[in-house]
Ligand binder design. Sequence first.
Ligand SMILES: Cc1cc2nc3c(=O)[nH]c(=O)nc-3n(C[C@H](O)[C@H](O)[C@H](O)COP(=O)(O)OP(=O)(O)OC[C@H]3O[C@@H](n4cnc5c(N)ncnc54)[C@H](O)[C@@H]3O)c2cc1C
Length: 407
Amino acid sequence: MDLDFSKEDLAFRDEVRAFIAEAFDEDMKAHAAQSKNHHIDKAGQVRWLKRLNEKGWIAPDWPVEYGGTGWSAAQKYIFDMEMALAGTPETSNMGLRMCAPVIMAFGTPEQKAQHLPKILSTDVWWCQGYSEPGAGSDLASLSLKADLDGDHYVLNGSKIWTTYAQWAEWMFCLVRTSNEAIRQMGISFLLLDMKTPGISIVPLPTLDGPAEGNQEINQVFFDNVRVPIANRIGEEGQGWTYAKYLLQFERGNAYAPGLSNMLAKVLKIAGTERSDDGRRMLDDPDFRRKLAETQIKVEALNATELRMFAARTAGEAMGAASSMLKLEGSQAQQAITELALEAAGIFAQPFVRDTWAELHGETNVTRAGPDYAATVAPLYFNYRKTSIYAGSNEIQHNIMAKMVLGL
Ligand SMILES: Cc1cc2nc3c(=O)[nH]c(=O)nc-3n(C[C@H](O)[C@H](O)[C@H](O)COP(=O)(O)OP(=O)(O)OC[C@H]3O[C@@H](n4cnc5c(N)ncnc54)[C@H](O)[C@@H]3O)c2cc1C
């Protein structure tokens, strides 16, 4: 692996920087800086994604024939790193990253024509209907029933922890179409319109702040919801295969760029705030040791990601190795939020509501501390999720033990 950037790569980096300088406007910057978890509201995310699409940069991981960029691994790395360092909005676009690869690999020509262009243009927002109240880690025990009735399935049951279901126009969903002895064989993969009668969404408040408007997770109920058979991906009963294919895209993301941005924020806070003995946090030996350990982990992860993404660009499947990125990436995210909380100290305490008030247009909020501390506690609480979603860290350990180490 050659880690030096070529002249062309450096020219590309300048192009990315120029794009960010022009497209990431003051309004978006203000919103991104105020966001508890780097995710701004739906309108903001859609605006940002549409800008990327206009530039032709929205889907670097897609094949060129479907609208991908055809970038080299180095260009993808430069793009991700420049975006993260500039603090551009993180987008939770499940259509782009998760559903689209499944449609490309297993969808019919009609499904591709119907969905892929609208995913690229962000005219349709997607959510993921995998987990259920009794089926998380043990996903194969899912029980949302889909009974055949003419040319439709009729769905009854519920999905839970559904991220931004309230924003979604469509859901990709695992349903039980039969009760085979091997549970995986009775699962099918459906695409469904969230406006179909019989669907209701109940928000689930989380530890990190008030849920109004921008809550992250929900429970979605299905009461005799009719979904055309034509919306099924692939074969009936083969949904487990497609679901597993999707998970490698959900878990195989680049964490290092975002982590670098988070570390830069910690350095800023720790370079200003003081420990009990009056020293800057950055000069506190215990804090420095923990910071250095985390920086080294992020560097190591960065090198691993570069190696794995270079292999992926060369056509190799990531497979179960994506579990390693998910595990290491989520642990580093949590470690950095802990460092930020420690560095911000007492200033991290009172600002959850103030941050949200500003996001909701209340401008007469007086803060008792520096702006950079405002999102530290919400982010710390919010990121407890990273070791749970997309399959808990214990499950990633199990997958690696079995599939990578062959134990
Ligand atoms: C913020 C957030 C957003 C999410 N968004 C979505 C979404 O959009 N769509 C969706 O479908 N799902 C979503 N999820 C659900 C997520 O995938 C599940 O929470 C996750 O798979 C764990 O399932 P569970 O919550 O049912 O916990 P359980 O499966 O009940 O696990 C409880 C605990 O037991 C441990 N455990 C379970 N089985 C084993 C085992 N075999 N070996 C070792 N330890 C084990 C787990 O690691 C965990 O610590 C989201 C979750 C969160 C937190």
